[in-house]
Design a protein around this ligand. Structure first.
Ligand SMILES: Nc1ncnc2c1ncn2[C@@H]1O[C@H](COP(=O)(O)OP(=O)(O)O)[C@@H](O)[C@H]1O
Ligand SMILES: N[C@@H](CCC(=O)OP(=O)(O)O)C(=O)O
Length: 280
């Protein structure tokens, strides 16, 4: 098997989507959270620094109230996120504690990272947490993140949030875990001939056309937001692997350089840009 060079990777951002954290019946997938906690603690024990960007607040809130479909009304989604976020953190706290790993909660909105001063506070906090060997668990602050006409606060999705966090924190690698093995030539749920793309150096209009919507009731952005995140990563000359999070210990295989999922990596070493705007 061809291997990838991951030897120099010491700071990692891992993003996990709702579909990897929830059972189809709306209950939290405790095994997934347990394996994720075990794996990320393993990385910290190896001396790596890890930031987790976790979705799942709205999904967990839906599970708590027994809702099968995600409500369209924003206040309902925000209330669900408020219910689910605390449940999610409780489960993370318990599972990480089993392995002796401390975690923290960091809730972000876009404007916080737009303004230099608040951005610096976030930066300092995350640096301090990493320095203490703690894993920050990041999510969008859904209860205040509403798209208003002249005051844009929302990231829209955690795919782009994770890319922004990875670039801002100078992470060596973003690992994006989803419910699919990587980026295909077309949506495999609709196109049986779709083929896995193992490596991509550029996100072009053609690749964006191949990226469809979410696969489950829990997913939000589908492949389109993952590609926008990848474009942001590539523009800043960072690296991202998109892989299947059905078993989060796949992260060990990725770190061992196994050719898993889709690797997004720039061909040249161009200078890093200082621009965190979401790619529209
Ligand atoms: N070209 C593509 N390659 C892979 N998956 C695709 C593609 N186009 C659309 N998809 C869909 O995107 C889904 C993953 O996105 P999403 O449901 O939002 O997951 P997550 O909850 O992990 O963010 C896949 O299950 C698949 O249905
Ligand atoms: N902040 C939201 C997640 C939004 C999101 O991007 O979800 P997903 O597509 O599952 O990664 C939540 O915690 O429910």
């Amino acid at each position: 098997m061809t291997s990838r060079h991951m030897g120099n990777v010491s700071r990692i951002v891992v993003k996990i989507g709702t579909s990897s954290l929830m059972h189809p019946n709306g209950k939290i997938d405790l095994q997934a959270i347990d394996q994720l906690s075990y794996t990320l603690t393993g990385l910290v024990n190896e001396g790596k620094q890890v930031i987790l960007v976790s979705s799942g607040a709205i999904g967990a809130g839906m599970g708590q109230l027994g809702l099968i479909n995600r409500p369209e009304e924003i206040p309902k989604q925000q209330a669900l996120a408020s219910i689910g976020q605390s449940e999610l953190m409780t489960v993370y706290q318990q599972r990480f504690a089993t392995y002796g790993q401390k975690i923290s909660q960091v809730l972000l909105t876009h404007d916080v990272l737009d303004y230099p001063q608040s951005r610096e506070y976030v930066h300092n906090t995350i640096e301090q947490l990493l320095d203490w060997g703690i894993i920050p668990v990041v999510n969008e602050n859904d209860t205040v993140a509403v798209d208003e006409l002249d005051h844009r606060t929302t990231f829209g999705d955690n795919d782009q949030l994770s890319a922004i966090v990875a670039v801002r924190s100078h992470a060596d690698l973003l690992i994006m875990l989803s419910d699919i093995d990587g980026f295909y030539t077309g949506n495999p749920h609709q196109d049986p001939h779709a083929k896995l793309i193992k490596e991509l150096h550029q996100v072009t209009d053609d690749s964006l056309k191949r990226a469809g919507g979410a696969g489950t009731v829990f997913g939000t952005g589908g492949m389109a937001t993952k590609l926008k995140a990848a474009a942001h990563i590539l523009r800043h000359n960072h690296m991202m692997v998109l892989a299947n999070g059905a078993n989060p210990s796949i992260i060990f295989n990725i770190m061992n350089g196994e050719e898993i999922g889709t690797l997004f990596i720039a061909e040249n070493n161009s200078e890093e840009l200082d621009d965190d705007r979401i790619i529209k």
